[in-house]
Structure formats: C-alpha cells, structure tokens
Design a protein around this ligand. Structure first.
Ligand code: ASP
Ligand code: MG
Length: 277
C-alpha cells in the first residue's frame, strides 16, 4: 500500500526536551514536587495536542504511565541530589516516546494503520550519554530485521534515541531526530527525506534577527548545514552524513504552509537564489 512506503520519525513536542532538562535540574536541587509539576505539564501538553482527534482512554493511560515513570526518575534524582548524563537520557527519552505515542494515536483515529516504533530497538550506540555515537552496521541490521514487523502500517519512530550494547538508553545530541530520520532514509533506501518545521524552508539568516531573511529554494547538503547554523533552523551536525553517502535528496518543508515546495538540499546543487558570502 502507499502507507507502507512512508516512515515517520518524530522529535519531542514543542519545549518538551527543555522542560524535562529543567525538571532534572530542579530535582537535583532537591525540589521533587516542583520537578514533578513539570513532568505533569509535559503530559498535559501532549494530551492537549491530541485533543480534537480521538484522545482515547488508551492514550490517556499511556500518557499517565509516562508521567509516572518520569516522576519516579525525578524522585530518584532528588533523593540522591544528583542527575547523571545516563539518567538524563532516560528522562529525555520520554519526550520522543510521548510524541510517537500521540502521533500514532492520532493517525489511528484517522483510520490509518500506524505503529509506534521505539528507536531504541534498532539504533545501537556507544554509551557517550547525551551525544552517543551510532554503530551503523548493528543499527542497519536491527532496522532491517525490525521493519518486517511493521507490515503495511506506517511506522512512527522516536527520533533522537538509541540504546547501548548493555541496554541503556542513550540520546544522539540536541536535534538528534534529524539524524535519526536520515539514518532511516539511508537504511530503507528512501527516495526523499522531508523535514517538517514551522519555518519557511532554510532561510538566509535567522528571521527573528534579520528582517529581510528569505527562504532558499535549492542548496547543497553542505550549504544546508552551514546555513542552518545562521538561520532559524539548526540541524544535528551528523544529519547530512547518511544523505551524502546515499545521495538521497532532503526537502525542508513548512508546516504552516504545507503547499510550499520549501528548500531542496541535494548533492552538488548550489544555493538558489544565491546568498551573499
Ligand atoms: N527533542 C530533542 C531536542 O530537543 C531532539 C530533537 O528535537 O530533534 O534536541
Ligand atoms: Mg528539533
């Protein structure tokens, strides 16, 4: 079916990752209740985002499980007055997992077949918590094996997350879901990767700082990396690696204007319109 040809990768919603980091810091100061309120807020915001669709009892139960797990982790931190990078990765993983659970529920509510995929089940990394390095060969083998279980459903993968050889949760570094998406594309042999954000493609500058910043139509992978650092959108530093190896084009699209063709980044293409250097 057409659905089976799409693979989705999600990041945590909105400010979730920052809220969870903040909760860990507050817990390490011994303020468990204040930290827990942030975890509850993350759960409430997720439910709010699912509203209007069928916010089922099952989704509500799953979100409260996430909040309960987060509370336990935050309580551990507040008892020890210490949050290690390993614990932080475990806490942050809930952001992407919540997102994928919500999106899968929304799609099912629309009558589509969707399946939640925990990327920890296929992304193998070392144990540099907070900036884990991907073991590509194991990751590729695990994804190729796992994809058989999806059948015709649309897989909704958690971005950003991995798992070390001894089973610990890791994260790939801020904005890491970009990198997860390009890894999926390379391993599954996608014809195109699409990044959806709430900015008009890749801009020549940060539109919040420069009023005449404009979106580019085409660019090379390298220009995308370079400009993403100046523009409003920042990619994970390793995002383009899987694309450079596989030559899969990347389209950067705007959720607020889904009909717009956005910015197409590909091998060898130069920025158009040209931008001043
Ligand atoms: N949620 C993570 C972050 O905020 C990963 C991502 O958004 O791609 O950095
Ligand atoms: Mg991001």
């Amino acid at each position: 079916t057409r659905e089976s040809q799409v693979a989705v990768v999600v990041a945590a919603m909105g400010e979730t990752t920052d809220l969870l980091l903040q909760a860990a810091t507050i817990a390490a100061d011994g303020e468990f209740e204040k930290a827990q309120r942030l975890a509850v807020r993350v759960g409430d915001q997720a439910l709010e985002n699912a509203k209007g669709s069928v916010a089922t009892e099952q989704l509500k139960a799953s979100l409260s499980d996430h909040v309960a797990d987060l509370s336990r982790l935050l309580q551990g931190i507040s008892l020890l007055r210490e949050s290690s990078p390993q614990t932080i990765d475990e806490i942050l993983s809930h952001g992407e997992r919540i997102s994928a659970v919500v999106l899968a529920a929304i799609l099912k509510g629309e009558g589509l077949e969707a399946v939640f995929v925990d990327a920890r089940d296929w992304v193998r990394t070392d144990d540099s918590f907070g900036q884990a390095q991907v073991d590509f060969v194991t990751t590729q083998n695990q994804l190729e094996a796992l994809k058989e279980s999806w059948a015709d459903a649309i897989p909704i993968n958690t971005g950003f997350l991995g798992r070390s050889a001894d089973g610990k949760t890791t994260t790939l570094g801020r904005n890491g879901s970009d990198y997860t998406a390009t890894l999926v594309a390379q391993i599954l042999g996608a014809s195109e990767v699409q990044f959806w954000a709430d900015l008009p493609g890749v801009m020549t500058a940060d539109p919040q700082l420069v009023s005449d910043a404009y979106p580019l139509r085409t660019m090379s992978y390298m220009e995308a990396v370079e400009l993403a650092n100046y523009g409003g959108r920042i990619f994970h530093p390793r995002t383009m690696m899987p694309l450079m190896e596989s030559r899969i084009p990347l389209r950067i699209l705007n959720c607020k204007d889904p009909e717009d063709s956005g910015t197409l980044a590909s091998r060898g293409a130069a920025a158009h319109p040209p931008w001043p250097r």
